[in-house]
Design a protein around this ligand. Sequence first.
Ligand SMILES: [Zn+2]
Length: 149
Amino acid sequence: MSSIKLEDQTSMNDLNEIEFFLKLFPQDYDLIKKEDLVDFVGNPFTFIKSLEELNTPRTKEEGPVCECVGENTNKSLVLYFQSIINQGIELPIFINNKNQIMDGYHRVQAYHLLGREKIPYYRNKLWRNHGFCWKKGIEGRRRLRLKSW
Ligand SMILES: [Zn+2]
C-alpha cells in the first residue's frame, strides 16, 4: 500500500486542475436520486435553498480552502465545484449503506443547485483520495494522498 502511495505522489507532480480532479474522483460511480439521501438521524437530507446560506467564513474545523476557490467561504467552494462539474468532471460523494453522506456535503449541494436530480456517488469505500489543491507547492504533501476513514 505504501509503495502505491509513493508512486501516486510522484506522478502527481505535473497535473493540471482537471487531471487532479480525475485522480481525486475516478469517474467510476453510481447515481442516487437526491431524495433517497438521508441525514444522520434518518430524516431526508436537507438541501439548501440558496447559495447565500453558505456565504459565511469557513470554520476552523472545516479548514481553509485553497487559493483557487477565492474567498474562504463554502459558497465559493460550491461555485468552484460547479465550475469543475460544468467542465464534464463528476465529483461523486461518499455514502454508506444507509445513504448517509460520509464525505461530500458541499459537492452534493453543488449538484443540487445545478438542478441535478441524481447525484454521483461511491458507496462503502474503504479509502479515498484526499487532495487540497492541484497547484504545486500548496500545503506541500497534503496535495494528494490516500486517506482511510
Ligand atoms: Zn487550488
